[in-house]
Design a binder for this molecule. Sequence first.
Ligand code: G3P
Ligand code: CA
Length: 274
Amino acid sequence: MIRATIAGIMAGMALSGSALAGPDIVAHRGASHDAPENTLAAFKLAWQQGADAIEGDFHLSKDGRAVCVHDATTKRTAGNNLKVAESTLAELQKLDVGSWKAPKYAGERIPTLEDVLATVPAGKRIFIEIKCGREILPAVKKALLAGKLKPEQTVIICFKAEVIAAAKKLLPDRKALWLTSFRKTTDTWLPDAKSVLATLDRIKAGGVDCQAHKCVGKDFAQALRQAGKEFHVWTVDDPAVAKRFAQLGIDTITTNRPEFLRKQLEQNTPSGGK
Ligand code: G3P
Ligand code: CA
């Protein structure tokens, strides 16, 4: 009983503490409103725009490299329809993944995880989203160990709970978050906080990174905090939605527009946001 009360007080403190500090801003696929997603141009622009972290999507190439691309094929961003898992890094890097966004980005290439890690400045973070299965994890581990980033600068995220469980086994010192969206059942939205917490415990994840959905409110946030879990949200470009989540004490907000969203959040925050 006493333990529950203390947990409740601490949860309240955590909520108000985070709300005062303001959430970290994570650049979704880089500054992808302005530059082609998942390219070095987008990640460098995110840092110029003052992002606290970048988020990038990774698949495994045929020759065992973790490559930064959202879809399983290259059709949407390169025109040329290659299956990433059936293509070598050299084949993938022949493609232009910048022109579709704007002529000035012609010649942007699909970067490797190593390339993207190398852009992360001291004190900033990267959210590495695994888009394929656990087969990519040895390549991720190799890149992380070869790079200069400290463990606390890297976060592994994935919608597949079992991939997060495997990541925690292979890289126990790295933070890993489970990604989820929400689906409507007859009388409620799932997963609810109880089921999210059960999944996080089972896979040893440090928290949840969830879809910015109306079903996520105070009770959901409080349940996560009470359990000592982190609570993140994607992908928010609307300032009103961002402000609602900031008030819930969210840890990070992932957005395509890091500079714009930070300014919007700071406008109504006397302490200057962060
Ligand atoms: O940060 C999580 C978010 O990126 C998941 O959605 O489709 O943009 O990878 P997606
Ligand atoms: Ca993503």
